[in-house]
Design a protein around this ligand. Sequence first.
Ligand SMILES: NC(=O)c1ccc[n+]([C@@H]2O[C@H](COP(=O)([O-])OP(=O)(O)OC[C@H]3O[C@@H](n4cnc5c(N)ncnc54)[C@H](OP(=O)(O)O)[C@@H]3O)[C@@H](O)[C@H]2O)c1
Length: 344
Amino acid sequence: MLSASIVGASGYTGGELLRLLLDHPRLHVHQVTSRRYVGQYVYQVHPNLRKRTRLKFVTPDALEPVDVLFLALPHGEAQKHIARWADLATTIVDLSADFRLRDPAAYARWYGQPHAAPEWLERFVYGLPELHRDDLAGARYISGVGCNATATNLALWPALRAGLVDPERPVIAEIKVGSSEGGVTPNPGSHHPERANLVRTYAPLGHRHTAEVMQELGLSQVWLTMTSVDMVRGAMATVHAWVRPGVTEKDLWRAYRAAVQENPFLRLVKERRGVYRVPDPKILAGSNYADLGFALDPDSGHLVAMAAIDNLMKGAAGSALQSLNVALGWDETLGLEFPGLHPL
Ligand SMILES: NC(=O)c1ccc[n+]([C@@H]2O[C@H](COP(=O)([O-])OP(=O)(O)OC[C@H]3O[C@@H](n4cnc5c(N)ncnc54)[C@H](OP(=O)(O)O)[C@@H]3O)[C@@H](O)[C@H]2O)c1
């Protein structure tokens, strides 16, 4: 067993990580931090974990050396003290956006200020095994993924990898997201009367995850539009692109089938009948699957690529643990087998 601690464990991704780690056959949770709930049992904040652990929150100052340290902090916090975190553990997995971009200039452009530790950017491997399995093997520093970027990237990646997408045409992603994306701290927009029963496009253009899609898919003409919808968990990307002349639906079937065969957490959802004919985040709550789908208009070459994920799982804690499993040479599905619930 290796020891693991979580910094920021009172938050939504930290709590999800803790739920996963408590069932992991090769990891033992040593400490979890919260400044607000120090001394309290974790189940007082994460009630689903009652009777699963007697752990209490400690302050970040009380952290002891461990094998693996997960950082689940708000954006900008991990980079401030990365040398200190790295002194505490052999392996660091950071769920924030702090170490996702390789290029410090891109970071400054998209996040509006220079990175506090730019020399660390190239040490981190982007924590999406589907795209970086080889780089992750043996990695000591693993970045998290953006949930919206992950849905977009996984939707289009099989077609792009197979060379089916026309790189001269734009890629436009419409992403619908649930409220847990915003984290545990409330704001005026997350107040129930404002957040319930809504379809609110809060970022028509310019969302920061655009940078991750550009980096990971190697695209320059890509636009993301973000819309809040009335669910707690889930991100649904509907990506519009154009295929190269002559590409057929059969080519796309081959490309997507290959991707799901190679990757244990990718599934293809393309049915002629039934309610669930295309990906739907409703059935993915708590699961690490990314459900992919596509449709092609053969006349125009217009491709609609889709991906549904649970933002707290495949979009955060699930991919983080899957990446760690790969880094440590373990079966990448360890601790991640939960298939989700139906009905919900
Ligand atoms: N939510 C998502 O869907 C999602 C998906 C992908 C990635 N992410 C990323 O994952 C990270 C965590 O997201 P989240 O939604 O879990 O956030 P969150 O719910 O706001 O939780 C963050 C936790 O960090 C702790 N914290 C805040 N400032 C701290 C500091 N200076 N030092 C130590 N601890 C501090 C807080 O606990 P105390 O105040 O109790 O200490 C808080 O509970 C973010 O960077 C986010 O961008 C989130």
